[in-house]
Design a protein around this ligand. Structure first.
Ligand SMILES: Cc1cc2nc3c(=O)[nH]c(=O)nc-3n(C[C@H](O)[C@H](O)[C@H](O)COP(=O)(O)OP(=O)(O)OC[C@H]3O[C@@H](n4cnc5c(N)ncnc54)[C@H](O)[C@@H]3O)c2cc1C
Length: 383
């Protein structure tokens, strides 16, 4: 399976062909790497990024690009995980990140299918409807928009099935993240080398030396934004998840199924996602194996002829927070972006200059690699 064949990235970058010297080298051209490199450049660092294959390849290329609050859970469980104050901060800050991505894409006219279509989380039974009501209350308390939907309201948006209720998030957007990342890189004139893998690196003269097939890179700092690759033992602290996306052939039934352009998701931890994109029906599932059953379940009476199918793996720490911070004197990680990896990547990248300058804030304290020492000692709870 390849990264999204419907929305390929056309702009390509050269490979490294000589030795270079930089303040910071970023490794990995997904959303986390591009966001890091962009913010470093904006902060005045002389920065380059190397990418093993192509910018916007693996997870970022395959992604549905749904832009939603938080780091992958609902707000109510996040309050249990991180405490109410930190969860609320995370929701507020990610609400701002959604606005920023949408604004950047629109202002810079990046061809990345940006849309502020809104989404609906659907409840299948009374227990889920109770959770929806609690979630609505938590959002309202925080001043974030949300609308409770009855069963018949949901049917107006998705006539095929009888869900018990729903919660509409009108602020939710969607983007083709690989095209967004590549567009931002081009507009900002980021120095990027594709087909340039990091082969090995070592500490050298108060910095790092990185070997690539086309030349050596010397830098004071290295940022690893390599998603699922081993990273200073941090791989012991993330799991690999994977999702698959099925896209139908173009169909005139798309407006019968989705009278409005809304994204739907269910409430299981490994939720299903379904939405229209242009004249296609899209279904995203965790892992393979249940496609036929799920297609029949979500699209009863509709012929869903799968034209394209793709998927990828991404890394996810057990506490649903990325791993962002120093892993050695000269190396910073920006990995473990998880389910809400597009928003988390954009947010994490914005913190990298501060981390390299020795600073911290509430987010970098939550996301610090050092939190695993606390886990390892059995502390368990993130406080
Ligand atoms: C099918 C699917 C649907 C998803 N849907 C959503 C969604 O709707 N909303 C959302 O927010 N998130 C979603 N996600 C999750 C999100 O896409 C990821 O968490 C996010 O893209 C991770 O970004 P990244 O930059 O960390 O990783 P990647 O995009 O995987 O980037 C890492 C890069 O590092 C490069 N690399 C690795 N090793 C080296 C090396 N040695 N040298 C040089 N380069 C190297 C890789 O080639 C790769 O390009 C989805 C993911 C998938 C797979």
């Amino acid at each position: 399976m390849q990264a999204n064949p419907l929305w390929p990235v056309e702009k390509r970058f050269p490979s490294l062909q000589s030795d270079i010297r930089k303040d910071v080298l970023v490794v990995g051209g997904g959303m986390a790497g591009i966001s890091s490199a962009l913010r470093l450049k904006m902060a005045g660092f002389d920065v380059a990024l190397i990418e093993r294959d192509e910018v916007g390849g693996p997870a970022t290329g395959a992604s549905s690009g749904v832009l939603y609050y938080g780091s992958g859970t609902n707000l109510v469980p996040a309050c249990g995980l991180f405490g109410e104050e930190k969860a609320n901060k995370l929701w507020k800050e990610t609400a701002g990140v959604i606005d920023e991505i949408v604004k950047t894409a629109r202002d810079e006219a990046i061809d990345c299918g940006i849309r502020s279509c809104g989404s609906i989380m659907v409840g299948k039974n009374d227990g889920e409807v109770t959770e929806i009501e609690a979630e609505y209350g938590a959002l309202k308390k925080l001043g974030l928009p949300g609308r409770l939907l009855s069963s018949s309201d949901v049917k107006d948006y998705f006539p095929l099935m009888g869900f018990r209720g729903g919660l509409a998030y009108d602020a939710v957007g969607q983007v083709h993240p690989a095209r967004f990342a590549s567009g931002v890189a081009r507009i900002e004139g980021l120095e990027i080398y594709e087909q340039t893998p990091l082969i090995e690196w070592k500490d050298e003269n108060g910095g790092v030396q990185v070997k690539t097939p086309g030349g050596l890179v010397r830098a004071s700092d290295l940022v690893l934004a390599t998603n699922a690759e081993p990273c200073f033992g941090m791989e012991n602290h993330f799991e690999l998840e994977s999702s698959v996306i099925l896209a139908s052939e173009p169909t005139r039934r798309v407006r019968d199924v989705f009278p409005e352009e809304k994204i739907f998701w269910t409430m299981e931890e490994k939720y299903d996602l379904f939405y229209p994109r242009g004249d296609r029906l899209i279904l995203e599932l965790y892992a393979l194996g249940e496609e036929e059953n799920k297609l029949a379940y979500y699209f009863p009476g509709v012929e869903f002829k799968t034209e394209q199918q793709w998927g990828e793996a991404w890394s996810k720490p057990p506490d649903w927070i990325p791993i962002v911070g120093k892993v050695s004197e000269h190396v910073t990680s920006a990995i473990g972006m998880g389910d809400q990896g597009i928003i988390m990547s954009w947010l994490s990248g914005s913190k990298i200059p501060m981390i390299i300058n020795g600073g911290s804030d509430w987010f970098t304290e939550m996301a610090s690699p050092s939190r695993f020492a606390r886990f390892d000692q059995g502390a368990g709870q993130i406080s």
